[in-house]
Design a protein around this ligand. Structure first.
Ligand SMILES: C[S@@+](CC[C@H](N)C(=O)[O-])C[C@H]1O[C@@H](n2cnc3c(N)ncnc32)[C@H](O)[C@@H]1O
Length: 230
């Protein structure tokens, strides 16, 4: 049955470059995605490593950075994104929370990160992997900028074609309007299944990363630690 093995439907990497799309996403994220940001911030807090510098790839409107900064007062966080419109919202939000001393945002591409080798103790990314046109190059870049012994957590929408009707009902039940449900379902349809993510990781610079599913949040979770000797 085609339904159960529907292929990924990739989306354009630059779909949030436009200011209306960025604002629409920010409102959606603020209203529906807080459990995911808090879940990722809590997961990051469990890491046993001395974390000071954190990089968020595909930072978007900055909600994750703000949650990370609130949960971890000694972390300094940089967000990078190709959408200046998203970053404008992110900078305003960080200023509104009085966090500009510890959070900054930079326009840049995930597959050519504008940072030196071994510069971040922790690299995070949420809801961006499904948009990367060249995911292996991004994973290579993550490997390059992470310090030895440092970590990376990548979370994204989990694609399970058999669950599409369930996702529709969940979106409706959460109070998403038609346009919000459409954006969310498209993001899911362009996401990776756990098997696809494992295959991608295995052939990448982060080949030893673990790929798990958080069924409560319907998230795909990738966790990697850089070798101490690399
Ligand atoms: C769905 S939004 C998620 C934003 C944020 N991480 C969050 O969880 O709310 C995806 C973000 O990834 C960014 N993005 C997509 N491809 C990118 C790339 N190659 N380099 C940097 N940012 C990218 C988009 O511009 C967008 O802001």
């Amino acid at each position: 049955m085609r339904f159960f093995n529907s292929p990924r439907v990739p989306l354009r990497e630059g779909q949030f470059i436009d200011s209306a799309a960025a604002r629409f996403y920010h409102e959606h994220a603020r209203r529906f995605m807080m459990p995911i940001y808090r879940g990722l911030a809590a997961e990051a807090g469990k890491i046993k490593h001395n974390i000071k510098r954190v990089l968020d790839i595909g930072a978007g409107s900055g909600i994750l950075e703000i949650e990370l900064a609130k949960a971890h007062p000694d972390w300094r966080i940089t967000g990078v994104d190709i959408s200046e419109e998203m970053l404008k919202i992110a900078r305003d939000s960080a200023a509104g929370e009085g966090l500009t001393e510890r959070i900054d945002f930079l326009e840049g591409k995930a597959d050519a990160l504008p940072f030196k080798d071994n510069s971040y103790d922790l690299v995070v990314s949420n809801a961006s992997l499904h948009l990367w046109a060249n995911p292996k190059k991004v994973l290579q870049e993550i490997g390059r900028v992470t310090v030895r012994g440092g970590y990376c957590l990548i979370w994204d929408n989990l694609r399970i074609p058999a669950f599409y009707p369930l996702f529709r009902m969940v979106g409706w039940g959460m109070g998403m309007n038609k346009a919000q449900r459409k954006m969310w379902l498209r993001a899911i349809e362009s996401g990776y299944t756990a098997g696809e993510a494992k295959a991608l990781i295995k052939s990448s610079a982060l080949r030893h990363a673990g790929v798990t599913i958080n069924f409560k949040l319907l998230e795909l979770c990738i966790k990697w630690q850089k070798d101490q000797q690399t």
